[in-house]
Design a protein around this ligand. Sequence first.
Ligand code: GUN
Length: 282
Amino acid sequence: MAIIMDGKRLRDKILSNLKSEIEAFTKKPVLAVILVGDDPASRIYVNNKKKTAENIGIKSIVIEYPANIEEEVLLKKIKDLNSDDEVNAILVQLPLPRHIDKQKVIDAISPLKDVDCFTIENCGKLYTGLEPYVYPCTPQGILYLLDEYKINLEGKHVVVIGRSNLVGKPAAQLALNRNATVTVCHSHTKNLSDITKTADVLISAVGEVLIEDDMMKDDCVVIDVGIFRDCNGKVRGDVNFETVSKKASYITPVPGGVGPMTIASLMVNTVKLYKEQNKRSS
Ligand code: GUN
């Protein structure tokens, strides 16, 4: 039976340490979150971010726009937030409506306030081995979990399923940085289970039921980034937890695994940016 990697417990530990650190600051770090449209899942995520931030002494500003907002208005707002010395971190909640050029909006964020590490400049640093100010929240959260359970990636075969800019690509890069051998699989991958069966660590970020126990070897470490509601309304991940947890050595539950770590990472990143900006202005 696998050891369950408890994201909630680790999140609470990280947040409690951050809260103590923030108490010693002369002013509160400020996180600005832009939410466009009325996607219910995005609204829940943004509310969680706001609540968590305020619980630990980070001021959170949520700026909401209707789905039909013009791109120019969004770009102007980001420009204002960039030049506002009170704001340390900026997050544009994704997805954005289709009429908006997502990359253009992300790239409007000052790299020094880019709490997600999504701008071209910060991605460039990430993928060339230079240090960005912060690392993308979900992949960083996965590393925190692996570290907590003393799972070393060096020389291991890490198989990532999913190649999104949000999770798959940066997760692969962070695993490479830890000297893992990395394979990235996606919707065009042939013989997926031939590859997943060779994984020491399997990271799935797809958003549909995918991983069964016959797709993995014994004692694989399974990280489930997927989260969605199935046809019965139950929140679940990419992995068949019932069967896979009997074969894996470690597994993240859904909910309660990677999700809480993403939020914890966001708070860590906000504080890192705050400190970096204060260092520069002192
Ligand atoms: N939408 C889903 N996850 C994320 C995230 O980590 N950052 C942003 N900006 N949007 C998201």
